[in-house]
Ligand binder design. Structure first.
Ligand SMILES: [Zn+2]
Length: 468
């Protein structure tokens, strides 16, 4: 009986190898789905007395070739289905572990290895993580490797990609191991109110995780360095000083090692907080675009988005643990005996915990997306006001459209988008431009007319015109 999991594992591995070899044999990966770098501001988006934000937005969107839109839509909409498949696949794995009593058997093995409860928990975690990683591998390799290559978004060959997966497994083994040891310790000692204390431990663990990530976790996969090109850094630091941000450095990261996607982020908090631009953005973004993106990141920083997000996660974690408390009691009453799980403090309960949490996570996807998207919208507004680069911002939105659908419906955006859509971001930038043009028009009745097709530079923004 005990050899069954290993037979399954072997079958899985064979299956994976077949998929891998077959896919490799059939298709050479296509080129990247590069969105155009709009060097020229379209005529409709040039400053004028009849500037119309909608017309300017449409003119920007019209610069994207139809085939790029089709490909980007297909990539992003495929992601909707992947949310469903990931969910169902995860549920199937959890049910497999419970119903075939593999989870109970891994618990039994951990008890034979040692008498120490925390070590038993860790040994269970080791078995659980390795087994679920192998079972989840076929979908994972499709999603993160083959599919990313298919859309020209991945830059790694299989070997380095696999190495990153192993590093990820190592991080999960250590960090996940610490968390489960702590949580099962809490449940065993505080069996009445375990869910309240458990939520507390989880939130503290998450805060420490965010704090150490830029220093200890990110460098496992990539190499962040201090950005020292004065052409890029000087305007950014000037913008930081103007906004009271005590930043001395801006970081860059070699994301092109894994992906063609452009991005930037704020990571860490308190003493480890830093703003990082990825090298794809630095290589392909115009100076105006980079300033617009930096203004956005500074918005996250100045508006304390990380702290607010931690508060949001705190509330959601307490709710999740309350739900777990009820959900575990109910499911164990019905099937606990069948699955050979002795109670909430038994490590064999872990697949059931993951099953219940993934149901909650699936149902609340729009809640999390909306909470994050609301912050992203705030950062967009802050970034426009700070950088005064509406055209740079529009260009950034187009570049981000390489992996995010540009023009979704409102319901689609509400459910699936964790950032505002490209269409809405360009419109926000053009609305900003329209309103600021009006503002300057009242001070200066003869608005400077820029010739059509001038470059998307600071010269287009009234703020810069005013400076001259
Ligand atoms: Zn952001």
């Amino acid at each position: 009986m005990r050899s069954r999991p290993f037979v399954a594992v072997l079958c899985c591995l064979t299956f994976v190898c077949i998929i891998f070899l077959a896919t490799f044999a059939v298709a050479q990966p296509p080129g990247p789905n590069e969105m155009p770098s709009v060097v020229q501001v379209p005529p409709e988006a040039q400053p004028s007395t009849h500037f119309d934000a909608t017309a300017a937005t449409n003119a920007y969107l019209a610069q994207i070739p139809a085939d790029k839109i089709v490909r980007s839509d297909a990539y992003f909409e495929g992601g909707y289905w992947l949310i469903l498949w990931d969910f169902l696949y995860g549920i199937a794995i959890a049910l497999l572990l419970l119903n075939l009593r593999w989870s109970a058997r891994m618990r039994d093995l951990s008890e034979r290895v040692t008498r120490l409860k925390p070590v038993q928990t860790f040994v269970y975690w080791l078995q659980y993580l390795v087994l679920t990683t192998i079972l989840a591998f076929p979908l994972g390799v499709y999603e993160d490797y083959f599919r990313e290559h298919k859309y020209g978004l991945a830059t790694q060959t299989f070997g380095p990609w696999m190495l990153d997966q192993l590093k990820n497994l190592g991080v999960n083994l250590v960090l996940g191991g610490i968390l489960v040891v702590l949580l099962f310790g809490v449940v065993r000692r505080l069996s009445r109110n375990w869910w309240i204390w458990g939520a507390g431990v989880t939130v503290v663990f998450m805060i420490v995780g965010i704090l150490i990530a830029p220093i200890y976790i990110i460098p496992i996969f990539n190499t962040p360095t201090i950005l020292n090109d004065p052409k890029v850094v000087d305007p950014i630091l000037s913008m930081a000083r103007a906004n009271g941000i005590p930043a001395k450095n801006v970081y860059q990261i070699d994301a092109s090692k894994q992906t063609t996607k452009m991005s930037a982020n704020v990571s860490g908090f308190a003493s480890t907080m830093r703003i990082t631009l990825n090298d794809n953005l630095l290589r392909r973004g115009s100076p105006e675009e980079i300033q617009a993106v930096m203004g956005h990141e500074m918005g996250h920083y100045v508006m304390n988005h990380i702290y607010k997000l931690i508060m949001f996660f705190l509330i959601m974690t307490v709710l999740a643990f309350a739900y777990l408390n009820l959900g575990l009691a109910w499911t164990l009453r019905h099937w606990g005996e069948k699955w050979q799980i002795r109670g909430v403090g038994d490590t064999a309960v872990l697949p059931l915990v993951i099953l219940l949490l993934s149901i909650a996570g699936f149902v609340t996807t729009p809640v999390f997306n909306t909470a994050i998207r609301a912050q992203e919208h705030e950062a967009d507004m802050y970034g426009l006001n700070t950088s005064r680069q509406p055209d740079g911002f529009a260009q950034a939105a187009i570049h981000l459209g390489e992996y995010r659908k540009m023009s979704p419906g409102p319901f689609e955006e509400f459910v699936f988008f964790d950032h505002p859509s490209g269409h809405n971001r360009i419109f926000a930038a053009m609305r900003w431009k329209a309103e600021n043009l009006k503002l300057f028009a009242t001070n200066e009745p003869s608005l400077p007319q820029t010739s059509e097709g001038s470059p998307a530079s600071t010269a287009d923004t009234p703020a810069a015109v005013d400076k001259k």
